[in-house]
Design a protein around this ligand. Sequence first.
Ligand code: ATP
Ligand code: MG
Length: 424
Amino acid sequence: MSIQIPRGTQDILPGEVEKWQYVEEVAKTLCYNYQYKEIRTPIFEASELFTRGVGDTTDIVQKEMYMFEDRGGRSLALRPEGTASVVRSFVGNKMFGHPNQPTKLFYSGPMFRYERPQAGRYRQFVQFGVEALGSEDPAIDAEVISLAMGIYKKLGLTQLKLVINSLGDAGSRNAHREALINHFKPRIDEFCGDCQNRLEKNPLRILDCKKDRDHELMSTAPSILDYLNDESKQYFEKVQKHLSGMDVEFTVDPTLVRGLDYYNHTAFEIMSDAEGFGAITTLCGGGRYNGLVEMIGGPETPGIGFAFSIERLLSALEAEGVELPIEQGVECFIVSLGDDAKDYAVKLLHNLRAAGISSEKDYLDRKVKGQFKAADRYEAKYVAVIGDNELQENKINLKDMATGEQEEVSLDQLVDNVKSKLGK
Ligand code: ATP
Ligand code: MG
């Protein structure tokens, strides 16, 4: 029996992989414009990093982590998200001591969660994320949000909805927490087991429950916005003012809470409104996590970031019918006729490639007609045709496949000729 691909994972094949490369490139380029630099961290970490850093009341830690013991008896986990690792590295490498602050980083790579696979939900998925550590200026919150929106817009998405909320500082959160406990406690037995556990540990997460979202107590739950103290209110207003100043449209949704335990102040999500995008509408989630660095053993350092998966981004692009400008065709295909010409084509192909021209030739001993067909399949821009006679006369026939025009070129000028035609 053949071996199946693991559930919730996918192969990204040639033809599709170019889309991934393209969107990752656009995202990276914009990050560099914003002065975020790439960081690469290991794919597995000590399990404790996530139990501490993501929080042990979260679904991720309770139900979704791929944990294993290595041969040395250490408990490790495949990373379920990127922030905890970035913060671990920030602390371990003492990045807080670098004169350039805030520390602005981005990452891109596979994450692993044991979830129920469905459209937009995989067990291995690629997250692209950014983190800005070391500043508590509301302008950084606005910058991070506008960067996420900027990536989506640059790629051509238009049916986007940005939703923001504030979870306030510790004082505001505690006051709200008490109010939530009082609100849910009398009828908590009508809620799922998870929510019952959340009541004392982290009642805010009840609002994020996918099972009980339609319970009447959900819509009447106390709003965090009524519990923000003056400082938190001013902070949130400043973030909104900066976003408006940058013409980034948003709506405030006081019920928006993010999955992770360590969020405070700004929380945001970007959703797709596109028809056909599917039941899961969230493309990107992010927020501020001022206590996290300390929790992971570093000095008190504020932070904010976001993450989105490339899988959901590509589905949104598809749902909106955005065509990515991906060139897959070969620039020059060599057709040869005769033994000497066939041998010469090997060397010529090498020279074309060395000059930066993407090129191909036949390797299956096809007849001339078959070679031309192959050139078509490769969407060749130019086809260079050489036979033994031409070889002796030191020339080659060059055909422009778009116009059908042909010309004879001296052999030693072919590479330069093709190069200048391609504007290289
Ligand atoms: P959801 O509520 O959809 O489970 P989440 O709160 O678990 O999302 P985060 O942990 O904040 O999501 O991750 C941020 C982003 O990563 C999501 O907005 C989504 O784009 C992506 N993402 C999360 N889980 C998956 C998954 N299993 N498959 C594909 N993408 C995912
Ligand atoms: Mg999830």
